[in-house]
Design a protein around this ligand. Structure first.
Ligand code: XMP
Length: 253
């Protein structure tokens, strides 16, 4: 295990080699819940990608064996696999889940920092022992995100009290816990710019295309990786959609 590089380095290396910062959200409709379809999709799109994100769309209906096989396919094309389960439970449960994800071949997992700084820190420590990465939510991509992640929180000590947004507190947890990435929606550019100006943690941004986010604006505002699902999956010509959506010539790194 010690020979495996940390997750953060591995995804950065693949991103450099493939000259791509795109993570495919493998949110397949039930009719495509098929390993042959997954293999044909990944084999066709892998040169444009650095990772594939797998969430409940597949984890719920698939067996452990099929998820292992999905991850084997993803790895066989030189990509990493991210489990998007927005993990949010007690320490013991989180650890059991992490061990399952590791045994199924995932390289990283998305967690919800509402579990708190101490829980996040010990979770990251365990994940790093497995050479897995942890990506922590900071500001989600959906429209009404401010009802949660934007809430104003009064933090008071004996001397002073100050008001912070919930995402600023989550950012502090992320920094102190040494997470490998944070999720900030490409749909909220002002917040994205704010976060990228005060944090050096790699930013993963969903919300491109179908949810209204623009890839160039997101990259210009500080996103390091773009998570894209429907705009690719629903396109007739998926490779063309990727190139077009990202206007790769203009800002390929
Ligand atoms: P689309 O089809 O909108 O898919 O490109 C986006 C994918 O990303 C997930 N998603 C998020 N995941 N934090 C996350 O961890 C977010 O703020 C967020 N917003 C969207 C979504 O479930 C889908 O897989």
């Amino acid at each position: 295990m010690s020979k495996v590089h940390p997750y953060k380095e591995r995804i950065a290396d693949i991103s450099t080699i493939n000259k791509s910062f795109i993570i495919l959200a493998l949110d397949l409709e039930p009719r495509y819940h098929d390993l042959k379809y997954i293999e044909s999709l990944v084999s066709s799109l892998y040169p444009y990608l650095c990772a594939v994100k797998v969430n409940f769309h597949l984890i719920l209906p698939f067996s452990k064996k099929t998820i292992e096989e999905t991850n084997r396919i993803i790895h066989s094309y030189g990509l990493l696999s991210i489990a998007d389960i927005k993990l949010n439970d007690i320490k013991n449960t989180n650890e059991v889940i992490l061990r399952y994800l590791y045994s199924m071949g995932f390289d990283s997992v998305i967690v919800n920092p509402i579990i708190g700084e101490n829980e996040l820190r010990s979770f990251v420590r365990l994940a790093h022992n497995f050479r897995m990465g942890v990506i922590s939510l900071a500001y989600m991509s959906h429209e009404n995100v401010s009802e949660g992640y934007g809430l104003k929180i009064v933090q008071s000590s004996s001397k002073v009290s100050k008001i912070l947004r919930l995402y600023e507190i989550f950012l502090k947890y992320a920094r102190r816990s040494n997470v490998d990435g944070i999720v900030v929606g490409a749909t909220h550019l002002k917040t994205l710019r704010h976060i990228s100006s005060i944090s050096r943690i790699p930013i993963y941004s969903p919300g491109i295309g179908t949810q209204g986010g623009n890839p160039k604006s997101a990259i210009d505002s500080g996103s390091n990786y773009l998570i894209i699902g429907r705009s690719i999956l629903n396109a007739k010509n998926k490779r063309k959609a990727l190139s077009k959506l990202l206007n790769l010539k203009e800002f390929k790194r």
